[in-house]
Every structure is written in C-alpha cells, then in structure tokens.
Design a protein around this ligand. Structure first.
Ligand code: FAD
Length: 361
C-alpha cells in the first residue's frame, strides 16, 4: 500500500495516518515499517515506530504476528524487532496502525537568525518547551536561498502548529516569545485569502514545494552533470555545534580531494528532540564527466567515517541498506550484531531473505 493510496482510503472517514516521508508518493507502509521511516513532522512522533499497534510478517519458518495492544511491558517487543529489520526476518504483510483525526487548525511563522548556531539554540528551546510544533525546521542561509524560502541573508526557522481539536495560535505566540528570547525575529504567516489557499504564499510554502519536488530536481541536476546527493544523521545537543561544523568541513575537504569543488554543502534540521537534532546535508557539486559514482562513493565513505567518529548515526531515517552498511557495522555494538544473526537464523535458517542487508548471516 503506497502512501497516496493509504491516505485516499482514510480521507472519506476524516482520518489520516499523517506520516509523510519525502518519498511518500512511491514508498509503502510495509517499507516504512521495515526501514523505520521518518515522517515530515519535526517533533514528538517523528518515526513510524510511534504509530504501530501490531505487525504481521511472513517468515520462511511461518507467520509472526504480535498482539493488538495499546501498550505492553511484556518483555522485548516483537514489533520492535521487525521495525527497521529491512526485510531480513520476514515480509511484513499487515499492520494495525494508530490513525488521527485530520488537522483543522493551523498556524505558522518563520524566524530569521544571524547564525545557524543561534537558530539551532532556538530550535532546541522549542523542542524542550512541550509545545511540540509540527514543523520546527531550521534551514541554513544557503539552503533557504536554493529552496526559494529566503534570499540567503539569514538562517530560517520554519515553525508550524496544527491540531484536529483546538486553535493553535496561542502555541505559535508562545513559540515566538521563546524564539525572540534567543535572537530570532518571527514573522507570522499572513492570513490567507480564499484565492491564495494552495498557492506558495510564504517562505514555508515555498520551502515545502521545493522539498516535494527535490527528488525530481535532483534527477535533472544529475542529468546536467552535477553530483547531487544528501545524507542525514542525528546528534545530541551537547555535541551539536562542533559536530555540524566538523561534518561540513569533512564533506567540503572530501569534495575538494575528488576534484568536485567549488560546490555547495547545505544543512537543515529535519527533526528536533528535547535531547538532540537530526541534521540533513545536501551536496551539489560539479562532477567529472564520467566517474561521478566513484567520486561520490569516496566522499560518502569519508562522511560516514566522520559521522560515526563524531558520535552521530549513519542515518536518522534513510535506513541502512547497502549504502550505509559499512558505517552501520562500525556504529552498532558487536554483541548486538551477534544477536541479530541468531535472530535471523531462528526465522530464516537458509538465509534467503535480503542476504547482506544489516548483517552477513
Ligand atoms: C528521494 C528520497 C527521499 C526519501 N525521503 C525519506 C524520508 O523523508 N523519510 C524516510 O524515512 N525515508 C526517506 N527515504 C528513504 C525511503 O524511501 C524510506 O526508507 C521508505 O520508508 C522505504 O519504503 P519503500 O516502500 O520504498 O521500501 P523499499 O525501498 O522498496 O525497501 C526498503 C527495504 O525494506 C525492505 N522492505 C520493503 N517492504 C517490505 C515489507 N513489506 N516487509 C519487509 N521488508 C520490506 C526491502 O527489502 C528493502 O530492504 C527517501 C528516499 C528517497 C530516494
């Protein structure tokens, strides 16, 4: 069941699953569960994990189905073992998921900051405030420029609230006070005239439109001979500033060393937590006429090494797959890998499911 079909089935009931990864159009509920997908909303329920009630999978040894429970403390969760298993334990065929009423109330604004670090501090304070904004996305000035959200003169924090139950203007007003306390100036989105609904009226709209088009734009840029890739991670706030600066410079150095410079390395925060954030980097650089895959592979290897060495993760929501496998091997505990191998042997003794994904059986 792909994202649009899922939402189309819920719409007549005024319900939504409200999980919108950038790949929403072409990815499936089973795939989201198998990869621990991260949705579009910045705080609180960030990953699909938070919406699972029960999962059914078919393994080579037979079906595996958890009980439908709103919560349970009965030992390690069978669902948690399937979440992020990337198909190595079985094929997920059914799931009971928590749905939500469709939001009816919305309020949004954009805050400008002189430095990325100041914007990150404001994002941290918002993440720790208990307001749980649906959007709390910090764009560095270059990211703001190339997505049309800004003119490149400031770092932008896109803030939004939504609810199915109550007006959220008070939450936005409180967020504006917190942001102002940390050097940001908030411009609330102007109320829309009827003819403007659905149009790209403000910075947040322009950013969202570019976000949705980005995978298509990427294909065009690659067609023009550029390297255009992204990578994402997560890190706790205490290490945030040094980590982001370090990753930026490792990426730029790596691009230089493969002859793909001058280029652009931009950063935004896709998700914020009370204890940390998920920085997302975009790279646009001139590639060699032939050999861009090799150029990127070298850059990616250096980046992955730096992400793990700096205490981050090789992926916050893009999953491991074959791309991130070398970094994943370095970041997980060895004993955990042994447990995964044993768990796989129990359900897939012939190791026929996705060999080489997550572990070498
Ligand atoms: C342009 C782009 C943007 C993206 N944006 C996001 C984003 O915003 N958030 C995010 O989380 N991810 C994102 N992704 C990564 C990816 O789309 C997600 O991880 C998505 O959840 C994968 O779902 P899928 O159905 O496409 O699975 P696939 O890509 O088809 O499969 C992924 C893995 O899961 C396994 N798998 C798939 N379905 C099942 C199943 N039913 N049972 C068991 N195993 C299964 C496959 O074997 C494979 O190992 C993006 C990817 C691209 C290319």
């Amino acid at each position: 069941m792909l994202g649009p079909a899922l939402e189309a089935q819920l719409r007549p009931h005024d319900l939504t699953f409200r999980h919108f990864p950038q790949s929403f159009e072409v990815s499936s509920l089973g795939g989201w569960l198998a990869t621990r997908s991260g949705g579009h909303f910045a705080t609180l329920h960030t990953h699909v994990d938070d919406f699972v009630e029960s999962i059914r999978a078919v393994t080579p040894r037979g079906p595996w189905e958890s009980r439908r429970l709103p919560g349970s403390g009965a030992g390690p969760s069978p669902d948690r073992l399937l979440l992020g298993s990337e198909g190595i334990f079985g094929v997920i065929t059914e799931a009971w998921m928590r749905l939500q009423d469709r939001p009816r109330f919305r309020a949004s604004g954009v805050a400008r900051f002189p430095t990325f670090e100041a914007g990150a501090t404001a994002a941290r304070v918002l993440a720790q405030s208990g307001l749980w904004p649906s959007n709390c996305r910090l764009l560095d000035a270059t990211e703001a420029l190339i997505t049309g959200a800004g003119d490149g003169s400031a770092h932008l924090l896109l803030i939004a609230f939504e609810s199915a139950d109550h007006p959220v203007d008070a939450a936005l007003a409180r967020a504006a006070v917190l942001v102002a306390d940390h050097g940001g100036t908030v411009e609330p989105a102007a109320p829309r005239r009827a003819e403007e609904v659905g149009q790209e009226a403000d910075a947040a709209d322009r950013w969202k439109a570019t976000f949705l088009r980005a995978p298509y734009i990427r294909d065009s840029l690659v067609g023009l001979g550029l390297i255009n890739e992204t990578f994402e991670t997560a890190i706790t706030w205490d290490r945030f500033d040094a980590f982001v600066a370090g990753i930026r410079s490792v990426t730029e150095d790596a691009l230089r060393s493969v002859g793909a410079w001058p280029g652009l390395v931009t950063c935004r925060l896709t998700h914020v937590y009370p204890d940390g954030a998920a920085p997302y980097f975009t790279v646009i650089a001139p590639g060699k006429r032939s050999g861009r895959l090799e150029q990127w592979a070298e850059v990616k290897e250096s980046v992955m090494e730096a992400l793990v060495a700096g205490g981050g993760t090789v992926t916050h929501h893009h999953a491991v797959g074959r791309d991130h496998r070398p970094g994943y091997d370095r970041q997980r505990p060895d004993l955990f890998a042994a447990q995964l191998r044993a768990a796989k042997r129990a359900v897939d003794p012939g190791a026929i499911l996705n060999p080489g994904v997550l572990i070498d059986p």
